[in-house]
Design a protein around this ligand. Structure first.
Ligand code: BAL
Length: 416
C-alpha cells in the first residue's frame, strides 16, 4: 500500500522541474512503467522484473490507518508486500514482519553536528513509530544513519559523529525497541572505546526487549570513486555473525560487502534467514548493480535480503576530488534510495522511491528458505571442497592459474 501515488506526470512546459533524483518526474522505474503501460502490459513487465512468489505476483498488504496518517503528516512513503511459502504438513508458517527505512539527512552538512544528529533522530522517529504501529518485528535503518555520509571528504572532523556501541543513538532506539517489541538493526559510526577509540562502520543489533544482542563491523571497505572510507576505518573483525533474534536468524552485510559473493555466502553458511544490506551509494557508480546483487545473494543462499540505501544529495563545505583527474566537487552525487526486499525464490518487492523518504514493510514466511533449499539444492550441490582447495592454493605465493601455459597441450593438441 503506497501513501504517495508515486505517479508523477512528466513535467510539461512551464511546470516546475521534476524532483531531483526522480526518473523524469517518476519515483521509480516501477512507477514509470505503471503509469505508461497498459495494466496487462504492466502486469507482464512486473512479472519479468519482480518475479513470482508461489506462482503469483506479490500482494500488497494493508496497514493500520495510524501508519498512513503518520506517513502523510511527516511526508514519507509506506509500501507493504507479502512473501508467502507453501503450506507444510509438519511446520506451521513462520511469518515475520520486516521493515526498512530510507531517509535523507535533515539539516545541511554545515549545521552544528549536534543539531544534525538531533534532526535526523527527530526525522526518523515517526517513521519508526509507523513501523511499530504496523507491527514490524525487525526493522533495519540505513548505513551510518546518524550522519551525512561524509567519508568522501577525507576530513577527520566527521569522526565526531562516532559513538560507543551503547551510545546516544543506541539508547534512543532501545526505548523504541522495547515500546514496539521490535528488533532494530542500527548501522552507525562506532567509536571502539575499548581499543584506542578507533572507528568502525558498525551495525548494532538491538533486541525486542531493548537489549544489545551484538554488533557486526563492515567486512569490506571500498576504495572506489569518492568512497574514501578506508581513510576512517579498517575492514571489520567480527566475521559473519548471525544473530538469533526472537523472530528469526539475521545477518548484516554492510554496503560495499554486497559486491562480494563470499560475504553473502558466509552469512548463509552461518544460518541466516534474513540478511540486511544497509548501504549508502550513488547512481553513477552502482545503480545498475543495485537490483542484481542482493537478489542474486537471496537466490544463491536461499534467504531473504533487505536492501536499504539513503536518498538525497549531501553537499559538503569543502570541495574534494576523486583523484581521477576530474574537477573537484562538493558532493557524492544523488543517493538513489530504491530500498527493497528480495526473496530466495527470486521474487522481490518493487523499490521505494529514488528520492523520497520511505518505509518498506514485508511479511515474509521464513519457511520459504528451506523450501527453496530443498527445491534447488544449492547448498547440497555447491562443491565447497573444490572451491576451498582452489582458494587455499590461490593464497599461496607460488600460485599459478590453471590455463594452457601451465598444462601443456596433450598429444591430441587438446588443452586440458
Ligand atoms: N559505500 C560504498 C558504495 C558502494 O559500494 O556502492
Amino acid at each position: 500500500m503506497a501513501t504517495s501515488n508515486g505517479k508523477q506526470p512528466p513535467q510539461g512546459e512551464g511546470e516546475e522541474a521534476a524532483p531531483a533524483g526522480s526518473i523524469g518526474g517518476y519515483e521509480s522505474l516501477h512507477r514509470l512503467l505503471e503509469s505508461n503501460l497498459s495494466p496487462e502490459l504492466f502486469k507482464e513487465a512486473s512479472r519479468l522484473l519482480l518475479g513470482l512468489n508461489c506462482g503469483r505476483a506479490l500482494e500488497a498488504i494493508s496497514l493500520p490507518e495510524a501508519t498512513s496518517a503518520l506517513a502523510k503528516a511527516h511526508n514519507f512513503d509506506v509500501q507493504a508486500f507479502r512473501f508467502d511459502a507453501d503450506k507444510e504438513y509438519l511446520r506451521q508458517p513462520r511469518v515475520v514482519r520486516v521493515g526498512l527505512i530510507q531517509n535523507s539527512i535533515a539539516t545541511p552538512t554545515t549545521s552544528h553536528f549536534a543539531e544534525q544528529k538531533k534532526a535526523i533522530m527527530e526525522k526518523i522517529k515517526p517513521m519508526i513509530d509507523a513501523a511499530g504501529d504496523s507491527g514490524v518485528n525487525i526493522l533495519c535503518l540505513q548505513e551510518a544513519w546518524t550522519m551525512p555520509f561524509a567519508f568522501c571528504t577525507r576530513e577527520k572532523r566527521w569522526c565526531e559523529f562516532a559513538e560507543p556501541v551503547d551510545g546516544e543513538s543506541t539508547q534512543f532506539l532501545q526505548q523504541l525497541a522495547k515500546k514496539y517489541n521490535m528488533v532494530i538493526v542500527s548501522p552507525i559510526l562506532e567509536r571502539d572505546v575499548n581499543h584506542g577509540e578507533i572507528i568502525w562502520n558498525t551495525a548494532v543489533v538491538i533486541g525486542n526487549h531493548g537489549n544489545i544482542i551484538g554488533i557486526h563491523r563492515k567486512n569490506h571497505i571500498p576504495r572506489v570513486g569518492d568512497f574514501n572510507e578506508s581513510t576512517y576505518y579498517m575492514e571489520g573483525n567480527t566475521g559473519h555473525p548471525v544473530f538469533e533474534t526472537a523472530y528469526g536468524k539475521i545477518g548484516v552485510n554492510i554496503c560495499y560487502g554486497r559486491h562480494h559473493p563470499l560475504n553473502w555466502l558466509a552469512f548463509g553458511i552461518n544460518g541466516a534467514e534474513i540478511v540486511f544490506n544497509p548501504s549508502a551509494t550513488v547512481g553513477e557508480l552502482s545503480e545498475p548493480m543495485w537490483p542484481i546483487e542482493a537478489r542474486n545473494a537471496a537466490i544463491a543462499n536461499s534467504y531473504f535480503v533487505g536492501s536499504i540505501n539513503r536518498v538525497g544529495t549531501e553537499v559538503f563545505p569543502n570541495p574534494f576530488t576523486s583523484g581521477d583527474g576530474k574537477p573537484q566537487h562538493a558532493d557524492f552525487g544523488h543517493f538513489y534510495g530504491s530500498s527493497h526486499f528480495s526473496a530466495p525464490d527470486a521474487s522481490c518487492t518493487p523499490s521505494l522511491s529514488r528520492y523520497r523518504d520511505g518505509l518498506m514493510i514485508s511479511d515474509m514466511d521464513l519457511n520459504l528458505c528451506r523450501q527453496i533449499k530443498d527445491k534447488w539444492g544449492f547448498r547440497m550441490t555447491a562443491r565447497y571442497d573444490t572451491y576451498s582447495s582452489l582458494l587455499a592454493k590461490y593464497l599461496q605465493p607460488d600460485f599459478k592459474p590453471q590455463n594452457s601455459e601451465v598444462y601443456p597441450k596433450s598429444q591430441a593438441g587438446v588443452d586440458f
